[in-house]
Design a protein around this ligand. Structure first.
Ligand code: ADP
Ligand code: MG
Length: 342
């Protein structure tokens, strides 16, 4: 197949996406595909005679390591000042491809707008359609849908910028409503840290969730083509599962399958499949949970384009199912093409 791998873009998870995109492009080439690796925002600027030539262009091969902090997006924007999200030649290359593999994460790229743009333009892409992407991106809307589907979620409130700061007691979790990779998220132990946590979250968004902190074990479940993958436990060596603990190798233990009972595994996998359906996810996704000390599984959120870096969770789950990274990428494409009736 001719595949356009889209990465980069303009979200806080730009670096995570670049790292995943490079790995995906390399793996798909090893699987025998022809691949054009594109930065969604910067586009394709090398000259070409025929558009198909981009799929045999020697560009990848390099690796990309995610830094300790989220990237400076103003510096990226300055490379194409005053321009929109989709860079030069991106649409034409995606139209010429058999499918666009979305190695994008975060607001722009994962929130449904690009998916709708591609639908309108007849581009096939991996992962969920525009509706599921939009629902899952907004943690407040997601929680409403999950609650209606009978799936427990953390109690909490949504604050708009400028509104008085209601609290739900301490410890609590303050997080941007549509964020990802824990950027702007703080676990607040007592009232002293509350204002600073709100100020940080409001730097990223005008809507912020304040949730009760749920003590328990953190578990995450990939869902591939509607079926749960092996459950993985997340055990940061220090602190909580923040940006650094997510992307710096060795900072977090991630046993897969998770060392929980068969009953717990079955229960959480069933819940992940229900959440996937309720949130209108398609092809694949990953659902995050806390198994509370009270014995309740609380769903924190769902990710429609979960990370695909070397330390990411979905590749680990694929491995536990006997799939290499390349085979997993092929399965994601196969599952995604089902959206188009193939
Ligand atoms: N209500 C909560 N109780 C306990 N921990 C939480 C809660 N909400 C978030 N966390 C912690 O913060 C991390 C990031 O939160 P999450 O809702 O998954 O957002 P995202 O991964 O999109 O940044 C979680 O992996 C978890 O460690
Ligand atoms: Mg999460």
């Amino acid at each position: 197949m001719n595949i356009a791998v889209l990465c980069g873009g303009l979200s806080n998870e730009r670096d995570v996406s670049l790292s995943g995109g490079v790995g995906i492009a390399r793996a798909l080439r090893e699987q025998g595909h022809k691949v054009a690796l594109l930065d969604l925002f910067l586009g394709w600027t090398e000259p070409f005679e025929h558009i198909e030539d981009v799929f045999t262009h020697e560009d990848a091969g390099t690796s990309f390591a995610v830094g300790e902090n989220a990237p400076d997006l103003d510096a990226v924007r300055a490379m194409r000042p005053g321009q929109g999200l989709v860079g030069p030649n991106v649409l034409d290359i995606c139209k010429a491809a058999d499918i666009a593999f979305l190695a994008l994460h975060g607001e722009e790229g994962e929130n449904g707008k690009l998916q709708a743009y591609f639908d309108i333009n007849g581009v096939k892409y991996t992962g969920s359609g525009y509706l599921g992407s939009a629902i899952a991106m907004d943690k407040d809307v997601s929680k409403t849908v999950l609650r209606a589907a009978g799936i427990p979620v953390a109690e909490g409130v949504v604050l708009k910028k400028g509104e008085p700061a209601a609290d739900v007691g301490f410890p609590c979790v303050v997080k941007p409503c549509s964020g990802g990779s824990s950027v702007g998220t703080t676990i607040v132990q007592d009232p002293a840290g509350y204002d600073a946590a709100l100020a940080l979250a409001f730097k990223y968004e005008d809507r912020v969730l304040v949730e009760k902190f749920i003590p328990g074990r953190e578990l995450t479940v990939g869902v591939l083509d509607g079926k749960a993958m092996p459950v993985t436990e997340i055990i940061p060596k220090s602190g909580f599962y923040d940006y650094k603990n997510k992307y710096q190798p060795g900072m977090t233990d991630e046993p897969c399958p998770a060392p929980i009972t068969a009953e717990e595994t079955a229960a959480i996998q069933a819940m992940a499949e229900r959440a996937y359906k309720a949130l209108r996810l398609e092809a694949y996704g990953r659902v995050d949970f806390i198994m509370g000390r009270d014995g309740v599984f609380y769903c924190l959120e769902a990710n429609t384009l979960p990370g695909m870096t070397p330390t990411s969770l979905i590749p680990r789950m694929g491995k536990a199912m006997g799939m290499t990274y390349g085979q997993l990428c092929d399965r994601l494409i196969e599952a995604s093409l089902k959206k188009y009736g193939r």
